[in-house]
Design a protein around this ligand. Structure first.
Ligand code: GLN
Ligand code: ZN
Length: 690
């Protein structure tokens, strides 16, 4: 909309076409894509705008207006939603090479004229409300950043006259200072707050709300799949009504419905009892309407009664409780769960068995999920082929993956994860306390979606989940084969989690389940076990004050999974897609023997911190990804040599591992084979010099 296209994509004004749009998001033959990062603490991603003082903004896309008109033409009057100007800039980053003193916020004056144009066109088209999303208001902002809101919305004042504008915040409490700033904006008619995650915001509203303004009360959780407690929501709304007035209270969801599943009606595999506990997007809209009607004096008694009965059945259900699991979690209290030896000493023990060369090579776990593999899984799930046939096909696939790795001369092998549809769903299918969805897709980025499982009860591990696959794969090679697990924090953060106990409690339950699996793998002779924690960073609370306690229990849960293995068993962990800098001390606290991380889009500061530039020097092995797996591009060996060389300058080369950024699941063999060959060649070239 703002025409903020970096120079390298060759945009020369006018409406931005799909070619440029896709180049920015995915890269093209000559130019890499822009950075993609997670939207706050969700698993949704956005493309980070790259701005510089010389950026020429222009009205580049009329999408907001044309979509408003399109809906209107079929008789639906919508509220157009724009990302607010201040959040837009605060979520942008300075382009490479611009002066350190430059802040993206300094461009505010340059983007406001375009917002004015868009507002004028929307008004012209007949819009009576416009929503500005300003979710950055829930972060820890400086007073200078807060002033930008006052400036921006007073600049927009005349454009917004004869129109209602609402500023929407979500995902957390709005701090008191920010609340004061935003509710003082005279050009704005309504303010929207997340009253599910923002429990303290309610107190702020009770202590003050500007007269004559609308309150958009987000009482229905947009981030989860649980049915709302509508009697309790009605109470909250009635209290708010007394403050803001009946005609100024708008019932709303806590945030957009992008982060939840679409419609419960599509879940043919869930039993009726569990279904009665749930509400997906379509059901949440009914909840919102039912609440609004109840406030207006038309209470649907039947609906309220059914809702109360469903909540009571969930509270009392024996399916939710596993006494043994509860006892085990209670038994964890007060203990720190650490391995006995220091990581340095452990690595020595492990090396006696593994005899790895310097710069050992490995991959992150998955190999390409081919069309053929997906077909076999589909047929197996549809009962078209037998369990034996399915197993045989997967083992053949594993054999291919193992042979390929041997041929490429990789040091620590993986089985390729052909049996897994998804790294979370696969474990959700086998752990108790989880329910699986068949159509509950949630967008992650682009056309990529995930189907988060639901954790409705205490989590246990009835039987081994990966041992037979891992031992079969180990049986195919004399080289070490990594056992491959998803860690407790990632299983938690990538599921829809029960809301009737603290997340930490659920995480500890999962940790104990994974611990059993780790120990069974070890007992079956697996010497290297990787426990992926791809989503640890994503769960980091948005406000600094909430972060230490999350990190403490998350890291503790990870340590629980492997605290009891032998010193000679090597524990790896892997993390991806994240901005780690602020959590490096916590990564070290996880005390894994080797950590592999995404690196191709991160900076050198990160590595410097691991190498001792930060507060603590990390003594474990570290494998910063040497090439980007999210692009089809095959890196040359020389390029990889350069990268490893740089890393060896920042880190202790004796601790360095050589691996791609992440799993290879989404790539083709025609890309994977040459890329890995070049990676191994690069490691070998460097070994000669070391
Ligand atoms: N082991 C997983 C894989 O390779 C890790 C995926 C991830 O980090 N997202 O697919
Ligand atoms: Zn990864």
């Amino acid at each position: 909309m703002l025409g903020a296209v970096p120079d390298r994509y060759g945009y020369s004004g006018g409406e931005i076409g799909h070619d440029i749009y896709f180049s920015m998001a995915r890269g093209n033959a000559t130019q890499p894509a822009m950075e993609m990062t997670k939207w706050f603490d969700t698993n949704y991603h956005f493309i980070v705008p790259e701005l510089s003082p010389s950026m020429k903004f222009s009205y580049g896309s009329r999408k907001a207006v044309s979509e408003y008109k399109e809906a209107k033409a079929i008789g639906i009057d919508t509220v157009p939603v724009l990302i607010g100007p201040v959040s837009y800039l605060l979520l942008s980053k300075p382009a490479k090479g611009v002066e350190k003193s430059f802040t993206t916020l300094s461009l505010l004056g340059q983007i406001l004229p375009i917002y004015k144009e868009v507002i004028a066109e929307l008004k012209e088209a007949g819009a009576s409300w416009i929503q500005f999303d300003e979710p950055t208001l829930v972060l820890d902002l400086s007073s200078h950043q807060l002033e930008a809101f006052s400036y921006a919305y007073s600049e927009l004042e005349s454009s917004l006259s004869s129109l209602n504008a609402v500023i929407q915040t979500y995902f957390a409490d709005v701090p008191a200072e920010a609340y004061k700033t935003v509710t003082a904006l005279s050009s704005i008619s309504g303010f929207g707050f997340d009253l599910v995650r923002g429990s303290q915001t309610l107190e702020l509203i009770k202590s003050y709300f500007p007269a004559g303004k609308y309150l958009f009360a987000g009482v229905v959780d947009g981030r989860n799949i649980w049915a709302n407690d509508i009697a309790s929501s009605l109470c909250t709304l009635q209290a708010l009504e007394a403050i803001v007035g009946r005609d100024k209270l708008v019932v709303s969801t806590s945030c957009s419905l992008l982060h939840t599943a679409v419609d419960l009606a599509n879940e043919s595999q869930l039993d009726d009892e569990i279904k009665s506990w749930l509400a997906f997007a379509a059901q949440k809209i009914v909840e919102v309407n039912t609440l609004a009607r109840a406030l207006a004096g038309q209470k649907d008694e039947q609906y309220f009664a059914a809702n109360a009965a469903a909540l009571a059945s969930r509270r009392a259900s024996p399916r939710v409780i596993d006494e043994e699991v509860r006892k085990a979690v209670a038994g964890l209290k007060g203990s720190d769960h650490r391995r006995a030896m220091s990581v340095g000493a452990r690595l020595e023990e492990q090396q006696k068995k593994l005899s790895l060369p310097v710069l050992p090579t490995t991959t992150i776990g998955s190999f390409p999920q081919t069309v053929e593999l997906r077909r076999i899984r589909r047929e197996y799930k549809a009962n078209k082929i037998s369990e034996e046939e399915y197993e045989r096909a997967l083992k053949e696939e594993m054999q291919k993956v193992v042979s390929l790795q041997e041929e490429l001369d990789i040091d620590v092998l993986v089985h390729g994860e052909p049996e897994r549809n998804d790294m979370v769903e696969y474990f959700g299918e086998q752990l108790s306390g989880f329910a699986l969805l068949v159509n509950g897709w949630v967008q992650s980025y682009g056309s990529r979606c995930v189907k988060p499982p639901i954790i409705f009860g205490d989590v246990g591990r009835p039987r081994p989940m990966t041992v037979s696959w891992s031992t079969a794969a180990q049986g195919m090679t004399a080289r070490p084969m990594k056992g491959m697990l998803t860690g407790p924090v990632t299983l938690l953060n990538w599921s829809f989690v029960r809301d009737d106990q603290p997340r930490s409690e659920t995480c500890y339950q999962i940790a104990l389940a994974i611990k059993k699996e780790v120990e069974d793998l070890e007992a079956a002779g697996i010497q290297v076990i990787q426990i992926d924690e791809a989503a640890l960073r994503e769960g980091l609370p948005l406000r600094k004050s909430d972060q230490p306690s999350y990190l403490a229990w998350a890291v503790h849960a990870f340590r629980i999974t492997n605290c009891a293995v032998k010193d000679s068993t090597q524990i790896h962990t892997h993390m991806c897609y994240s901005n780690f800098n602020e959590i490096i001390p916590s990564i070290m606290e996880m005390d894994a023997d080797v950590v592999t991380i995404e690196n191709s889009r991160s900076d050198e500061k990160l590595l410097a911190a691991f190498g001792g530039g930060g507060a603590v020097k990390y003594g474990g092995g570290i494998g910063p990804g040497v090439y980007d797996v999210h692009s089809p591009r095959v890196p040359e060996a020389a390029e990889i040599v350069g990268r490893i060389g740089k890393m060896a300058g920042l880190l202790d080369w004796r601790l360095l591992w050589v691996n791609p950024d992440c799993g290879l699941k989404t790539r083709r063999y025609s890309e994977v084979r040459p890329a890995l060959a070049n990676m191994v060649a690069a490691a070998k070239l460097l070994r000669v010099d070391l």
